[in-house]
Design a protein around this ligand. Structure first.
Ligand SMILES: Nc1nc2c(ncn2[C@@H]2O[C@H](COP(=O)(O)OP(=O)(O)OP(=O)(O)O)[C@@H](O)[C@H]2O)c(=O)[nH]1
Ligand SMILES: [Mg+2]
Length: 231
């Protein structure tokens, strides 16, 4: 569905950490990164791994289509009512950074219709290395790049690579085929990111998303343990 920007908001939205009834809202994690790096594949794998123990929902952002949502629906990674699509138009970064109202509305609608939720994953439309999420939309963000995009991407930096709460370097299975040096990517990423974590993944196997799932579980544990801030 297309969510236009003129709707009235109801209930708790944005950075507010609780629902109208005072309970803590779902943790919101954004996934951004260049076109085709494996954002949807990561979302699908996380849903399969976490759906039995957590109440989950997904918001996808596509430029002109609903392809990512349709893929997740086809794969039946979650019941259809837990997947919402936002069509962003030409600039996917605008919908996650500057005018976040359509995404906030999608998140809020999910909380209303299928909540209470533990976790909402928000996939950005594929963009460039500068696209990051507003902190008013998500509590933490994952930036997904892949080894086929060139092993100099971590060295080039940019806000996604440098500041994302988790950097995922996906498609490690392709490294030998495209001549990417994983050791070099790890060293460059560490140099750009200091202590911020990096996960190397291949989603060709079921358990490939494991390091990302572990990180999500840690974030969720911290989110749940923190005291609910005053309204
Ligand atoms: N070999 C390999 N292919 C992968 C891996 N992860 C994803 N792919 C493939 O890469 C292609 C793009 O993956 P998506 O998950 O759609 O990428 P995306 O980042 O969501 O793409 P956009 O939403 O279009 O920006 C698909 O054909 C996936 O099957 C991986 O670890 N290894
Ligand atoms: Mg996608």
């Amino acid at each position: 569905m297309h969510l236009d920007h003129g709707h009235t908001h109801h209930g708790a939205v944005s950075a507010d950490a609780h629902r109208p009834d005072g309970t803590r809202r779902a943790l919101r994690i954004g996934l951004g990164g260049p076109v085709g790096s494996g954002k949807t594949a990561t979302v699908a794998a996380l849903c399969r791994l976490l759906r039995d123990t957590l109440s989950l929902a997904v918001v996808t952002n596509d430029i002109y289509t609903r392809e990512d949502a349709e893929f997740l629906l086809r794969e039946a990674v979650l019941p259809p009512e837990r997947i919402q699509a936002v069509e962003t138009g030409a600039c996917p970064h605008t919908a996650i950074r500057d005018d976040i109202s359509a995404n906030l509305e999608a998140v809020e609608e999910l909380e209303d219709t299928v909540g209470p939720l533990d976790l909402i994953l928000v996939e950005s439309g594929g963009d460039n290395l500068t696209a990051t999420f507003s902190r008013g939309l998500v509590d933490a963000q994952i930036f997904v790049i892949d080894v086929a995009g060139g092993d100099d991407i971590p060295r080039k930096g940019g806000p996604g690579v440098t500041t994302a709460d988790l950097l995922v370097v996906n498609k490690t299975d392709l490294a030998p085929h495209v001549g990417s040096d994983l050791g070099r990517m790890a060293r460059d990423a560490a140099e750009q990111r200091g202590d911020l974590p990096v996960a190397f993944t291949s989603l060709r196997s079921e358990e490939g998303v494991g390091p990302v799932a572990d990180w999500v579980r840690e974030r969720l544990a911290a989110w749940t343990a923190a005291p609910v801030p005053a309204a």
